[in-house]
Design a binder for this molecule. Sequence first.
Ligand code: URA
Length: 230
Amino acid sequence: MRVDRFLSNLPRFNRQQVRLLLVERRVSVDGVAVSDPHHEVRAFSRVCVDDEVLQAGKPARYFMLHKPQGCVSATSDPHHPTVLDLLDESDKGELHIAGRLDFNTTGLMLITNDGQWSRRLTQPQTKLPKVYLVETEQAIGPEYAIAFAKGLYFAFEDLTTQPAELELLGPTTARLSIVEGRYHQVKRMFGHFDNKVIGLHRERMGPLVLDASLAPGEYRPLTEDEIRQV
Ligand code: URA
């Protein structure tokens, strides 16, 4: 939210007072004086007027997990372990998953409490590639790459998928890059050819690659550099 809106939403300041506070450089966001009314205030920002704290801000948290098979991409589930059960962290209720994976899909899972950051990763408009290794029951024909590049019609959502890139690695293995994350998207794309996906692993989301040193079930915080790249 813009800082001028953030301040005028508080009962104590009207718009005129907010303009004045900004011009007089009495407002600081994360320790830096701001005068631009468009300056962005987020849930994690610390906002002060003079020495008074108006919003304390929370630390943003970002984790990369190697999702194993047999766990659910949800924050709670009555029957199965969830990916959050694998994290030894406090306040897990604040965290959410940026891009779910199916129960038996393995690979890169990003977990954060920063909604703007995760939206940038997952929104189809940002066109960040999500890269999967796929293993299928039957041979993958040359017609698959052509159809995936054109886009497939998904009747349930009444949409055509964005162009996707398929690289054949073997008769029944391929690397697929898609820019959106529709429900069971990869399985449905291969399902178009009646070819069942029997193994699915996410290698990459945008600039972030699964750390090869993480075994299934292991996780680590993202580095400052990784967080900035998104
Ligand atoms: N597409 C699928 O079908 N399943 C996943 O887990 C991810 C993408």
